[in-house]
Design a protein around this ligand. Structure first.
Ligand SMILES: [Zn+2]
Length: 394
């Protein structure tokens, strides 16, 4: 498979077996590490899935710590909206593959580290091959489909999984599949159905939050590699940035777990539907859709349709169509917003960012009123692409 490798560049003072004592002096002073521990880090191999917000501190601290080989897997390119939190990438990296940018960042920080970049999406076909030959897996992804794939692959290979997740102001971190502790599926048996969770791009996240959680992941990865202290296994740590609170929930192995239990039903990997992936055009096959150019024509015509924005106020502050009314999707879910839709008919068009929430709005209104309205295919992003590229994307 295509991958990009930048091998470690050994400098004066460093040999493959003896890390440079000047670079790692503050590690060498720790009795729990010392030169034996530092050498062990230098012989360790970690694979990081994702090269985004969580991966930024993970890759930085693993590189700085002198982990011998770091593999990073991501098929995405750096977008301007990533830079608010994905701090290994720079403004000049926009448009560059994240893997390429991550390789540059790691190499700049510590040329002792061999960094292997895999510019591919993790799939059921490549996960086991990629993970094999590593000591620890770090999940730094942002979607449920990949999390289940990573979690199952770690059980099948017997690898510890250092896991983190972030949402708005909340973070979670733990180590799965370590020692006798639970695996990811023991605690979260099933992925939520596609569309049940707001897409990551729609939910928002505080920029420093992945810094907090990712730094915890790097810490746990180093502890697991060295076998020191008490790894964060069997406990799920929860952090709320708004209230500045940490809490810890005990998590246990499920003897009937589908993948690590006594009678596993999952013995090979399968790809599940991405429930947090960017909206796809065919996400609304039971809903009538209108494309952006057709809507623009209708809006300019003699009988413009009612256009309803179901996004949040914050999203409207970034960009909105110059027409229509605002009825947030939450008020359609709880029914309080239905009263504002007395003028709707079959021509009415709901829109959101990418087309998922607007399709839900059409269904909710159909169920409540019997009116079969329409959804703007691809959301306001499609409108920006096809009708008015001067509007702000987010
Ligand atoms: Zn399990």
């Amino acid at each position: 498979m295509p991958s990009v490798t930048r091998p470690a560049k050994l400098r004066a003072g460093t040999t493959p077996d003896r890390p440079d004592p000047r670079r790692y002096a503050r590690h060498l002073l720790l009795p729990e590490l010392g030169m034996p521990g530092q050498e062990r880090l230098g012989q360790s191999r970690v694979i990081v899935v994702g090269a985004g917000g969580l991966a930024a501190p993970v890759l930085s601290y693993l590189a700085a710590a002198g982990v011998g080989r770091v593999t990073v897997v991501d098929d995405d390119a750096v977008d301007l909206s990533n830079l608010q939190r994905q701090v290994i990438h720079r403004t000049e990296d926009v448009g560059v593959s994240k893997v390429e940018s991550a390789i540059r960042a790691v190499h700049d920080l510590n040329p002792d580290v061999e960094i292997v970049g895999v510019p591919e999406r993790l799939t059921a076909d490549n996960a086991l091959t990629l993970f094999a030959d590593h000591d620890v897996v770090v999940d730094a992804t942002d979607n449920f489909a990949t999390r289940y794939l990573v979690g199952d692959a770690c059980v099948l290979l017997g690898l510890p999984l250092v896991w983190g997740s972030i949402h708005r102001f909340d973070g979670q971190v733990t180590v799965w599949s370590y020692d006798e502790g639970p695996c990811y599926r023991c605690v979260f048996p099933e992925a939520p159905p596609a569309g049940a969770v707001p897409s990551c791009a729609e939910a928002g996240v505080l920029g420093a939050l992945p810094g907090v959680i990712g730094a915890m992941q790097a810490t746990e990865a180093v502890k697991v590699l060295l076998g020191i202290g008490e790894p964060l296994a069997g406990r799920l740590m929860l952090y709320n940035a708004l209230h500045a609170t940490w809490s810890s929930v005990p998590v246990q192995r499920d003897p009937e777990c589908a993948v690590c239990g006594a009678h596993p039903t999952i013995t090979t990997l399968t790809d599940t539907v991405a429930s947090c992936a960017p909206p796809v055009p065919d996400a609304a096959d039971d809903v009538r859709e209108v494309d952006a150019l057709a809507l623009a024509d209708q809006v300019a015509g003699d009988h413009p349709p009612v256009v309803v924005d179901v996004r949040s106020e914050a999203e409207r502050d970034i960009v909105r169509l110059p027409i229509g009314i605002h009825v947030p999707i939450e008020t359609l879910r709880d029914g309080t917003g239905l009263g504002r839709l007395d003028a709707i008919d079959a021509d009415t068009v709901f829109y959101c960012k990418g087309g998922t929430r607007s399709a839900e709005a059409v269904r909710l209104v159909r169920d409540a009123t019997g009116v079969e309205a329409r959804s703007l295919a691809g959301g306001i992003l499609a409108w920006i692409d096809e009708v008015d590229p001067t509007l702000a994307r987010y």
